[in-house]
Design a protein around this ligand. Sequence first.
Ligand code: 1PR
Length: 497
Amino acid sequence: MGAEKLIFPGVGAFEQAMGVLRSKEYTEPLKEFIQAGKPFLGICLGMQLLFEGSEENGGVEGLGLIPGKVTKFDTFLGLPVPHIGWNNLDQRRKSPLLSRVGDRRVYFVHSYRATPSPENDDWVLATTEYGSSFISAVQRGNINATQFHPEKSGGAGLDIIESFLEGSVDAPPSYANGHVKGLAKRVIACLDVRANDAGDLVVTKGDQYDVRETDGADREVRNLGAPVELAGRYFSEGADEVTFLNITGFRDFPLGDLPMLEVLRRASEGVFVPLTVGGGIRGFTDAEGRRYSALDVAAEYFRSGADKVSIGSEAVDAALEYMRTGEKTGKTAIEQISWAYGAQAVVVSIDPRRVYVTDPASTQRPTIQTAHPGPNGEQYCWWECTVKGGREGRDIDAVELARAVEALGAGEILLNCIDKDGQGDGFDLELVRAVSNAVTIPVIASSGAGSPEHFKEVFDNTGAAAALAAGIFHRKEVSIEEVKSHMSSSGIPTRTL
Ligand code: 1PR
């Protein structure tokens, strides 16, 4: 191997990764490279594979360089798993790799972790708290590895990669990040993308999912900017993640949708925080009769720069089937992508609409007593899940859907709300509370943000791990910085740049 330095980024599930390494006969060259004393940086799964093994996928042997086994986070602690988002590093000793990070947070996304023990003590460079302490970075000799993703950790991550490549140690700058420590509540900017009537891919924004202008005879698709430029702006303004939703993906063939893939490729060149892409993640048969699975579609999105894919309509069908039979087929998009790329790469996007009832016995769906009665004074409601961007309803409630997709292997829920979309009067707190109480995976609250106070409100009153907004950021009514400084001064753990 002629390389002088090696970065070994790992994405996906342990068994898959070890399988690929073995089948391509990479295991021995990898060990030889490391044993030759050349600089090596493992990332995420690329760190976990260095341990003796993992309990993921029922127990799989690793490369065995570091003593210890990788185990799943304990869900009984009440913390959402996967551990997704920006958290602190407790540096155990000095090393070039982390010398420039200071107290800035870095980005994690994983369900499994290695824990410190007397046997691996001489490897541990940094630990992080999430329920208990886990190993977030290791270093010994030429071997460096991080559980977090430097390539997705904004400026702090770029400094880490530069330290690795240059091998030099700068005097650590001081970052005044003296706010609440721990996993930060994320602020996500969302770009709803579709082709306008002229065929250009634009960022649009709906009003209760209607993305066409209300005035003008031809009711054009609202155009709020170009996707790559807006994503770049949100990265530099401090968004913790950027989400692209291809809102007409349900009717198009995404692998024929080259502009969207190009958007991802270009965005990922300059945006060093996680990118999620949704819309049209399902199986397809093209005009020539060639069959593509949802996994093929997702793989193309990942190759183009996505870190997570978000599944909408297909997840509703899968959840209905799972509720009907109680069986997992292994064939749904959620199961296949989760198996190949890990649960943390699979987001399920829910598009619910509130349905009011006078009497809970009048529906088979689970209801809540609402503080916001319906138009005829109805005291109860449930949330009907929809497909095809809200065009069709299905007989399944958002809480039922969330539980089912968690069981099928989804790693996160993106919880929209059609009634609140674009209204600017705050998130549907009852909905977010009901869903976040029902699952152990992280829930992203979406739809309705109109002010920084709405973010504080959703984090104070629900179990949301993140909050997403679109309209207020696109129209520059509120900046990401204003949202974060309000959260921070309210004692909510927040990532600052
Ligand atoms: O069904 O797998 O093809 O996925 C389609 C995806 O496109 C789903 O994630 C669905 O939510 C999304 N989508 C479909 N139609 C629309 C539409 O608006 N007409 N957008 C749509 C969903 C909702 C949020 C929005 C928030 C925040 N948009 O993403 O960004 O409501 O807005 P706000 O802060 O301005 O209130 P599939």
